[in-house]
Ligand binder design. Structure first.
Ligand SMILES: [Zn+2]
Length: 606
């Protein structure tokens, strides 16, 4: 079956290996101080050009603003984020280039290297015109949850339209690479891992389990069952969360603890100041407690334990087929929403996630070796200051309620188009969500009722402009973009706000009019689930407090240092594809961050 040429080549290789045993496994040879001086060094260097890292570890901290590195960096330890800052290549001006800057769209960028306009992940949830329903970025009714509630509908990456680095790794080596995503949030576990991933696991606030779906397998691996049987989450019931450092350090960098805008709703059964006692108002481990746990640093501890189990049991990084593990810490985002980016709680979460990352990196070092690993550290978006706090700091902006904006547009459309025979009351499309009917305003996108407009002889483009002009009456609205404008590319890519809107627009999933508020102004909506707390602070804008995030790559082929070149989180996938020598993910538009390559990385490549 083998051609004579291949047979001859195999013979030659065995002869070479016989006479030059040093070449068998150059990576396992001692470093430059090895036995045979010059020759060892040459072999080692050429080996570095062909040997891929054994593990790619993507660490995402949800809502980690870039300035947390500069505001709190001197308080970090030496083995966590501090190690990444010291030993990694760090880009100081990395920004997302899309809106809305939300969790699902952000998490879909890292490993696809593409914007929502290509990944199709335009928000955490959106209205689906075909079915008339509100859908989440990862809901998939053809799957079932594993270890979730009885017969619960599952989640999957089926709405992600592009391949990821993990997908390309597995396509390249016949699925020998393992790809796993882990997070408290389902979307943050599923989207970076990709469509061909081995598994994604996330936390269930219904039962405290780490759960998955039938998209990946029909039953959970034994090690996951064992982990769940230990009920690790329950151990934090009633735990007191206090500051890691004395309060003066927090007063200096994050202001006072007990402030009126930290407006916790009653369901949290907590105070807005330290110490926080974690019960969720329940008398034992239960749904309310598991929801409360999401808002604490202990939820991140749970993820670290689970990630360690994944590395050990799945033998990640154990051989030369590069594996990929994505770990996304969600608790920092929950706490950020509740207390804001200038709060003692968010500062403490940042100091603690540094320690949690240190634990994870130490574990990877002892099991895989950091020398054999590429570690990436980034975030899915930043956060805006709490509007009431911003006002005290003389910043502009205020809080707007979605219902008010909707009412204004409905009234405006009635006034403009309404006649006796044409009441003009149904021009905003309605959608169903958990048995309720919702008006089509979501993620600052208005969805118009095309059938009703046609029925009444109203041109869609004209109505889009009318909706936009009505919203401009609200003092905090900066601009609006219409579907017609975006589909015809009638916006300039050199206008950063327009470009970010364009990068966030996917025709089949986005609305017809997209409203952009002025800096520091925010559109709030009541949560879907009334037991979910209302947000104090949020994110989603095209402004730097939401787009500017850390981007650090630590690996032997990347020169440590600070890089001022413009970069985006989409560059991660493109850079990894280059480094791992695999096909770039299908939609990747990021650039290769070549300024940080060491000489080894630049040398002969296939
Ligand atoms: Zn997020």
């Amino acid at each position: 079956m083998k051609s004579p040429r291949i047979r001859n080549l195999a013979l030659l290789v065995s002869l070479v290996l016989f006479f030059f045993p040093l070449a068998i496994s150059p990576a396992q040879q001692p470093g430059p101080s090895g036995r045979s001086g010059v020759r060892t060094e040459r072999v080692a260097r050429s080996a570095a050009t062909v040997q891929r890292p054994r593990l790619v570890l993507l660490i995402v901290v949800d809502q980690f603003r870039y300035d947390y590195l500069t505001r709190f960096g001197d308080l970090f330890g030496s083995r966590g984020i501090g190690r990444l800052m010291r030993e990694g290549a760090s880009w100081t001006d990395a920004n997302f280039d899309h809106v809305p800057t939300f969790t699902a769209p952000g998490h879909a960028v890292f490993m696809t290297g593409a914007w929502p306009s290509q990944t199709g992940i335009v928000a955490n949830d959106w209205y689906e015109r075909d079915t008339g329903k509100k859908v989440k970025s990862v809901t998939d009714d053809s799957t079932r949850m594993l270890a979730g509630k009885q017969d619960e509908l599952g989640y999957s990456p089926r709405r992600l339209l592009c391949s990821t680095v993990g997908d390309e790794l597995r396509l390249a080596d016949g699925d020998r690479s393992k790809v796993i995503g882990i997070s408290s949030k389902n979307r943050s576990a599923i989207l970076p891992a990709g469509r061909r991933a081995n598994a994604a696991y996330w936390f269930s606030t219904d039962n405290g389990n780490m759960i998955s779906s039938t998209y990946y397998f029909n039953k959970l691996p034994d090690w996951v069952v064992r982990f769940n049987n230990r009920h690790t989450a329950d151990g934090w019931f009633g735990t007191r969360w206090d500051r890691l450092l004395p309060e003066p350090e927090y007063l200096k960098r994050a202001g006072k603890d007990d402030v009126p805008w930290e407006n916790l709703d009653k369901s949290s059964n907590d105070t807005n100041f330290f110490p926080h006692v974690i019960t969720g108002g329940a008398t034992g481990a239960s749904r309310l407690f598991y929801k409360a746990l999401d808002y604490t640093p202990f939820s991140n501890d749970l993820l670290v334990s689970f990630a360690e189990e994944a590395i050990a049991n799945e033998r990640l990084g154990a051989d030369d087929d590069t594996d990929l593990l994505s770990v996304s810490f969600s608790a920092n985002d929950y706490v950020g929403h509740r207390f804001g980016p200038y709060s003692q709680e968010e500062m403490d979460m940042t100091l603690r996630v540094d320690q949690q990352i240190a634990t994870l990196l130490d574990f990877v070092d002892s099991h895989v070796g950091l020398r054999n690993t590429i570690v990436i550290f980034t975030a899915d978006h930043g956060a805006s200051p709490v509007p009431e706090q911003a006002a005290l700091m003389n910043l502009p902006g205020r809080r707007y309620q979605q219902a008010d904006l909707l009412q204004l547009v409905e009234d405006g459309l009635k006034a403009r188009y309404g006649r006796k025979d044409r009441p003009a009351t149904d021009y905003i499309q309605t959608f169903s969500n958990r048995g309720e009917t919702e008006q089509g305003l979501l993620n600052s996108n208005f969805y118009l009722n095309r059938a009703a407009l046609k029925r009444d002889g109203i041109d869609l483009d004209e109505c889009e402009r009318a909706v936009g002009e009505i919203t401009m009456q609200v003092p905090g609205v900066a601009r609006y973009f219409t579907r017609a404008q975006l589909e015809n590319k009638a916006v300039s890519p050199s206008d950063p706000v327009a470009r970010r809107v364009l990068h966030g627009f996917y025709s089949q999933r986005s609305g017809d009019v997209i409203v952009v508020f002025e800096p520091f102004s925010i559109l709030f909506d009541l949560p879907d689930d009334p037991t979910d707390p209302h947000s104090t602070a949020t994110h989603g804008s095209p402004y730097s407090y939401d787009t500017h995030v850390p981007l650090i790559i630590m690996g032997r082929d990347f020169a440590a240092g600070s890089y001022a070149q413009e970069a985006t989180p989409a560059d991660i996938a493109t850079t990894l594809a280059h480094e791992l020598r695999v096909q770039a993910p299908s939609c990747a538009v990021g650039r290769v961050l070549a300024e940080a390559f060491t000489n080894t990385n630049r040398s002969v490549r296939p």
